[in-house]
Design a protein around this ligand. Structure first.
Ligand SMILES: *Cc1c(COP(=O)(O)O)cnc(C)c1O
Ligand code: SF4
Length: 403
């Protein structure tokens, strides 16, 4: 193993690919893929080590972090940058209040590595050749913490905060501790969730006796004594992402009483089969992690090759039902474009498979309003695909046809 902890420049990448005997056609494909990406290049040693370099093209980890230009597909006409319309529900930079009783706090815009399908590509990581990032979180920690705490104090109905980003592990443990010290005093707050992909990116950082582990384990106890739960929301997409270290770190957290729940994104050709999902769930369970959600890939621009149809999700979910105890069976979710919020993939009002359009309502957030999820065009008949591309398509018409 060469001495290289993180790859983040093109020349690092090129020398590494050369070292791994990757042929020049593939090398160029990857370098062009990175240049076309909305996310910055950043890959950790741990990720590199989990890639099967003999099967580079089909490798599920390579596909997530080292995209090839030849994999990209033209965007569906309905894709957007901030597909979930988070900016609309933002009440202060990085503070997103969409659901009445829970809040999302984006503490940083940085991650130890960047996933090329990131839903928050409009915000996360440095700007790239193809995408200038919105500079949304330029306030100091102290300003944003103050706003959050005041907001929680004056909205006693909020019982849950998800601390995400970016990846929460990019924030110094001392600063996380400072935030915990303030959150613990808020009577109405019951659950605090930390979102991180570091169990894959760099599990060394979450091993016992690291300062991050110590802060999390200590505050998990302190919160519990105040009848609050501190948990981790991790993000594994494939069983191959687990190393012995990932498992060691997650089990150590579990042994110290920290609840860990996993969120997966359903990615075409990466984990879009029943077997991969089943293997992943088995791996999660043996690592002390609860499978929580499997997300339909959001309708984000520049990630069309990763998306699947809604049916893919439904079919996998159906095939898994009964294989695991109910509490270990992940829920398959679609987070509705334009801010409709999360729904079960089964909750559609209609699903027109010819046009690949499903319509969902979100009674709690917006009553009768319909939100549409669109299947990728490659799942549809060519004449329908043509109709979409010529903008001869009307959501209301399809909806009425399905009444
Ligand atoms: C996903 C999300 C949450 C948390 O949702 P759960 O379904 O409870 O995990 C909270 N706020 C926002 C804005 C979200 O997108
Ligand atoms: S870890 Fe999460 S926030 Fe960071 S790039 Fe990956 S998906 Fe985006």
């Amino acid at each position: 193993m060469p001495e290289m902890r993180i790859i983040f420049t093109k020349s690092d990448l090129l020398s590494y690919l050369t070292l791994m005997n990757v042929n020049s056609e593939l090398k160029n494909d990857i370098v062009d893929g990175i240049s076309s990406n909305s996310m910055s290049l950043r890959v950790t040693e741990h990720i590199i080590n989990k890639i099967d370099w003999n099967n580079l093209i089909s490798d599920p980890i390579r596909k997530q972090f080292l995209p090839m230009r030849s994999e990209y597909l033209p965007d569906h006409p309905s894709l957007k940058m901030d597909s979930l319309a988070e900016s609309k529900s933002q009440i202060n930079p990085g503070l997103i209040h969409r659901y009445p009783n829970k809040i999302l706090f984006l503490i940083t815009t940085f991650c130890p590595a960047y996933c090329s399908f990131c839903t928050r590509s409009y915000l996360v990581g440095p700007s790239t050749q193809t995408l200038k990032k919105s500079k949304n979180l330029n306030k100091s920690f102290s300003d944003s913490f103050k706003y959050l705490i005041n907001y929680l104090n004056s909205n006693a109905n909020i019982n849950d905060v998800v601390i995400s980003g970016g990846d929460v592990t990019m924030v110094k443990p001392l600063i996380i501790k400072e935030l915990f010290d303030r959150l613990i005093k808020i009577e109405s707050l019951k659950t605090i969730r930390l979102a991180t992909r570091t169990l894959l990116f760099d599990p060394n950082q979450l091993l016992p006796s690291t300062s991050l582990f110590e802060v999390i384990a200590m505050y998990s106890d302190k919160f519990r004594q105040c009848n609050k739960e501190l948990s981790i929301q991790c993000h594994f997409n494939h069983a191959n992402e687990f190393s012995d270290l990932s498992k060691k770190a997650s089990l150590a957290l579990w042994h110290s009483g920290v609840v860990i729940r996993n969120q997966t994104v359903l990615l075409d050709g990466i984990n879009s089969s029943v077997d991969t999902q089943r293997n992943l769930i088995e791996k999660l369970i043996e690592s002390g992690i609860q499978p929580y959600y499997v997300y339909q890939m959001d309708m984000v621009a520049n990630v069309e090759h990763f998306r699947t149809s809604l049916s893919t999700s439904i079919n996998i979910s159906k095939a898994l039902t009964g294989l695991f105890p109910g509490f270990q069976l992940p829920r398959f979710i679609v987070d509705l474009p334009s801010g409709g919020g999360k729904r079960s993939v089964y909750e559609y009002e209609f699903y027109d498979k010819k046009y690949g359009v499903s319509g969902f309502k979100s009674p709690l957030l917006s009553g009768e309003k319909l939100y549409y999820y669109c299947d990728p065009l490659r799942y549809l008949d060519p004449d329908v695909e043509q109709k979409w591309n010529n903008q001869l398509f009307n959501f209301k018409e399809v909806h009425n046809e399905n009444q």
